[in-house]
Design a protein around this ligand. Structure first.
Ligand code: PRX
Length: 648
């Protein structure tokens, strides 16, 4: 029923927005028919050192594969975020920082202060031998120094690789090793919801496994942590006497800007590589149009910098656009469930952008936590990271936004660099739960997952993109073949998103979720293969299979089937131990919600695990197991059903 609700564009948006309905239609048509002309204009939102003359040079064809945008242009992204704003808005606040606990003093940095902090830190990196092209790992909590570290890397042409501060030492070590970064930037501890996160201790533990020459540590909580002479550097002390001026490297548009590891359906996480020019145009353009953003507006994206949303929409997008971006260290439910809305009131936030999982968790606690706050400053809401169910959408719209604020349900991926499919508040009537329409230059297609046939009109299938856009990732770091294999081999000549999607009769796109072996837990991508390999690394585990299951708050939960070694007793104690093991191996976000012991897993005669059956059992959709006759041993399924937690 909800799906049929339609919220028309409010009158003030229809006339006053940057992108109105007519403008969207006209710009979209041009972006597809005349990409050269379209991007030649859009690229001028940046300060180029050398203005590109080559605009789009892309092909997804196997024998002619290339993705190059603005390829003869040069620029520096940090200069685009900082230097060019100094004259006009040096004293404007660039970053508002709200700490974990409301009683801790808040901080703010003007564009000039951020410029100076970045210059000093860039000089420190140079003093420690970091050069253009070197990889630098950042493992920091949500503090302004995280933005400083990113911008300092960009300033000197180093490639940052941010690792979410919730990942374990093992996961951190793997990412350090993969990109061979010898410099790590961290803090003594992080703070989230009143709990301390031992960041420096985690870094020390991962340094036992990989070669690291320099650890730069921010003193944040002031905890007493071990310090390794020669290797460890105290951030504040080290920059104290360094100059704030640091020349910005002239980077080619196609030079790497950052690597961000993300999970796929197979193997270990891959290093998604983004380059400078195209990413910058994309992050800046999408931030401006999706949020109808103009400098002066207080804007808050509640994502962590450890994820791509934090890269594009906490740091780069808003700063390129001369905005004021709020960085929040804490969590939505600490000290209480009003925290988000108190922060909105405190700073008079106009644009608020968060993940559905947080909204669902807050929705459960009742409206009073929201309605006791004003929220009058809000004018636009955003949603990101996973499908938003219509109930959560309506709650967000009616309770949080008082029925006044359009919602941008932004579909995109680490790989896309920025928003791809989203309603624009001045252009599109909203349907709760629909990602709606493609942004400029984005050419979605729905294909039959079985054979790749293009499906027209109102339909459902796999979502592919038929042409490149500037923000597209360029490669998997160190493994270009894997890049091609992962994204362009399924449906030759097209980029496969991994998502399923429905297009309705009005042309709205609805993302239905992953159709590969990736699960989306609280808006975070987890590869089932990664969790399986963590489980089988345990001495008592012979085999494991992991699938997603529906979860009221998280969207999807993690359901693990585990076969233990011969002679091992499957006890509750062992179950707890294995769950704790996965937390330790990967991090708390990978904690299995259900762990079922299985004497055997359902396999075909050729030995392939039939995940379809495991998914159905996890979903408790057991009336509908489908054909099990091809199983090597169909009785395995009976045992799984009998021992499923749903059966109890
Ligand atoms: O399945 C889609 C889902 O999140 C995946 C991308 O995850 P990640 O690379 O971690 O990036 C998250 C932040 C962009 C997608 O393949 N997803 C993301 N946004 C939406 C979504 N699913 C439905 N609706 C969305 N708005």
């Amino acid at each position: 029923m909800h799906e049929h609700a339609l919220h028309p564009v409010p009158a003030e948006w229809a006339s006053g927005a940057k992108i109105t309905a007519d403008r969207y239609t006209q710009m979209y048509a041009q972006s597809v028919a005349d990409p050269e002309g379209f991007w030649r204009k859009e690229m001028q939102r940046l300060d180029w050192l050398k203005l590109p003359t080559q605009i789009k040079d892309t092909s997804f064809a196997a024998d002619d594969f290339r993705i190059r945008w603005f390829a003869d242009g040069t620029l520096n992204l940090a200069a685009n975020c900082l230097d060019r704003h100094l004259a006009e808005r040096g004293d404007t606040v660039a970053i508002l920082w709200e700490p974990d606990h409301p009683d801790t003093p808040a901080r703010q940095l003007t564009y000039r202060e951020l410029y100076e902090a970045t210059g000093k830190f860039a000089n420190l990196l140079k003093n420690r031998g970091v050069k253009r092209g070197d990889r630098v790992t950042i493992y920091l909590p949500m503090v302004p120094e995280a933005a400083v570290a990113m911008l300092a890397c960009a300033r000197i042409g180093a490639v940052h690789s941010i690792v979410f501060a919730g990942f374990s030492p093992d996961a951190l070590a793997g990412r350090i090793e993969d990109c061979a970064s010898t410099v790590i930037i961290t803090a003594d501890e992080g703070l989230r919801g009143g709990k301390k996160v031992p960041l420096k201790a985690n870094v020390d533990a991962s340094c036992d496994k990989v070669r690291v020459d320099t650890v730069i540590m921010l003193r944040h909580t002031g905890a007493d942590v071990p310090f390794v002479a020669g290797r460890d550097v105290d951030w504040a002390k080290a920059v104290a006497d360094l100059p704030a001026e640091c020349p910005a490297e002239e980077m080619n548009a196609e030079d790497p800007l950052f690597i961000l590891y993300t999970s796929g359906s197979t193997g270990k996480p891959k290093g998604v590589l983004h380059t400078s020019g195209g990413y910058a145009v994309w992050a800046s353009m999408t931030h401006e149009y999706t949020f109808d953003y103009s400098p002066g507006q207080i804007y808050w994206c509640a994502a962590d910098i450890g994820w791509v949303t934090g890269h594009s929409y906490v740091v780069y997008g808003p700063l390129m656009n001369g905005g004021t971006t709020l960085m929040f260290e804490g969590v939505p439910n600490y000290p209480d469930y009003s925290r988000f809305w108190q922060v909105v009131d405190k700073y008079q936030v106009e644009i608020f952008y968060a993940a559905p999982t947080a909204l669902r968790a807050l929705m459960r606690e009742g409206d009073d936590w929201v309605t006791r706050t004003s929220r009058k400053s809000l004018r636009l809401l955003g949603s990101v990271g996973e499908p938003i169910n219509p109930e959560a959408w309506e709650w967000y719209y009616n309770v949080v936004g008082d029925g006044r604020c359009p919602i941008a349900d932004t579909w995109w991926q680490t790989e896309t660099g920025g928003h791809m499919i989203t309603p624009l508040p001045g252009a599109h009537a909203l349907k709760p739960g629909a990602a709606s329409f493609p942004l400029f230059g984005v050419q979605p297609q729905v294909v039959d997952p079985a054979n790749g046939h293009v499906l027209d009109g109102a339909t459902e299938g796999a979502l592919v993109l038929t042409d490149s856009w500037p923000g597209q990732m360029r490669t998997v770091y160190g493994d270009h073949e894997r890049f091609i294999q992962t994204y362009f081999s399924q449906y030759p000549g097209k980029y496969f998103t991994g998502d399923g999607c429905r297009r309705d009769a009005d042309g709205y796109y609805w993302i239905t979720g992953r159709i590969d072996d990736v699960i989306n837990v609280s808006g975070h991508r987890m590869g089932t293969a990664e969790i399986e390999s963590a489980l089988v690394e345990h001495d008592l585990v012979a085999e494991a299979a992991v699938v997603g299951m529906p979860h009221d708050i998280k969207g999807q939960g993690i359901y693990a089937y585990v076969t233990t070694m011969d002679g091992v007793e499957d006890t509750d104690g062992l179950r707890r131990e294995l769950i704790a093991w996965v937390r330790k191996e990967i991090g708390p976000i990978a904690t299995p919600d259900v762990l079922q012991f299985a004497p055997a897993l359902p396999k075909t005669r050729s030995g392939k695990i039939m995940r379809r059956i495991l998914r159905k059992i996890a979903e408790n959709d057991v009336g509908n197991l489908g054909d099990t006759s091809t199983l090597a041993d169909p009785s395995v399924v009976d045992d799984l059903l009998k021992n499923s937690p749903h059966a109890k």
